[in-house]
Write a protein that binds this ligand. Structure first.
Ligand code: BGC
Length: 351
């Protein structure tokens, strides 16, 4: 992690902890399993969770799994063996935790799925996330508005890049965006020259920037090398958007396309400012952490956790009661207010 990211993580965790009041549950350890430290947001999520839980008096066992499923399974096994009283888990692959979570259930340890739903296990008590469908819809609508698709005939050229197919969020990000874009594709106002339009065709293993970049380089050399203009790219998050931006920088000379994103990563904000990425969807990790801490506290004190959605997120064993935080679209016009004035980043960090 570079210094800017470390400083941002520390600052945001400090800010989050300052706003909370202390109450003691000192001998209770909460296990927090995060997918990876490679992507800025999970560092922020982890640090915010740790700071806010400690502020409430809990001991925190925070683990990152390097995006390796087996590592995450072992970390959770250790949390159970060590007597952690509740597990908060942002899974790497939604379908791979059934066996280990059966052990958690057997031991009476409640589980909160953090950000990503954990699939096909009845051991998950609650789910806290952002409104993932709204994230996708916001990205799709941004493209519709920016190309003025309700008034223009086009046709405009669109390409799509989504995330890891094993991440249940992808179904909502990509599904939400396609619910908005598909009618314009059907009308012929949007066309996809590569023909790559299904979730599997546009997926990016591990949400990896280099993987997205190399797929996009292939698209550019196969379908745009003859001077065909690319008008818009639906990128589901910032790490994949960065791959697209990199591919374009080296392989494309046409009119610059609209590119969407998600997370407002430090690496992407300068692109939002200079116009090489049109927008990102901001998900304030301080808000999600605060919500999860409330859930933890309610469960540990024998109450019901606050939820605001009991319909949307079925993990294959039934609907998991969920709390959905609200995502916000960020562009060059509002990034100062949303990212800097709110104390999420300092001006220095994003230059
Ligand atoms: C998260 C996104 C993130 C992506 C890659 C998704 O599950 O919701 O915020 O960009 O994973 O880590």
């Amino acid at each position: 992690m570079n210094k800017k990211i470390l400083a941002a993580v520390a600052a945001s965790a400090m800010l989050a902890s300052l706003s909370l009041t202390v109450h003691a549950d000192s001998d209770v350890t909460i296990g927090v399993a995060m997918p990876t430290q490679d992507l800025q947001r999970w560092n922020q999520d982890g640090e915010n969770m740790k700071a806010q839980l400690e502020e409430k008096g809990y001991t925190v066992d925070l683990q990152y799994a390097g995006n390796d499923v087996q590592t995450q399974v072992s970390q959770i096994e250790n949390m159970i063996a060590n007597g952690d009283k509740l597990l908060v888990i942002a899974s790497i692959e939604g379908d791979s935790l059934g066996t280990v979570l059966a052990q958690a259930k057997e031991a009476g340890i409640p589980v909160i799925a953090y950000d990503r739903l954990i699939m096909n296990t009845d051991a998950v008590s609650y789910y806290a996330t952002f409104d993932n469908y709204l994230v996708g819809k916001t990205q799709g609508q941004y493209i519709v508005d920016a190309l003025d698709l309700d008034n223009q005939d086009g046709p405009f050229n669109l390409e799509m890049v989504t995330g890891d197919p094993g991440d249940n969020n992808v179904n909502f990000f990509f599904g939400g965006a396609m619910d908005v874009l598909q009618p314009y594709i059907d009308e012929g106002k949007l066309v996809v020259p590569s023909g790559q339009m299904t979730k599997d065709e546009v997926a990016t293993q591990g949400w990896d920037t280099a993987t997205a970049q190399s797929r996009f380089e292939n698209i550019l050399s196969s379908f745009y090398a003859d001077g065909t203009n690319l008008d818009a790219v639906l990128a589901s998050n910032d790490s994949t958007a960065l791959g697209v931006v990199n591919a374009l920088a080296a392989n494309y000379t046409g009119e610059y396309p609209i590119i969407t994103g998600q997370d407002c990563d430090i690496a992407n904000v300068p692109h939002i400012v200079d116009g090489t990425q049109a927008m990102s969807v901001f998900k304030d990790t301080r808000t999600l952490a605060a919500q999860v801490v409330e859930m933890v506290d309610a469960i540990m004190t024998g109450g019901e956790a606050p939820v605001n959605d009991t319909e949307t997120y079925d993990n294959g064993t039934g609907v998991i009661p969920s709390y959905l935080c609200e995502p916000v679209a960020v562009t060059v016009d509002n990034y100062k207010e949303i990212l800097i004035d709110s104390g999420y980043y300092t001006e220095d960090q994003i230059q």
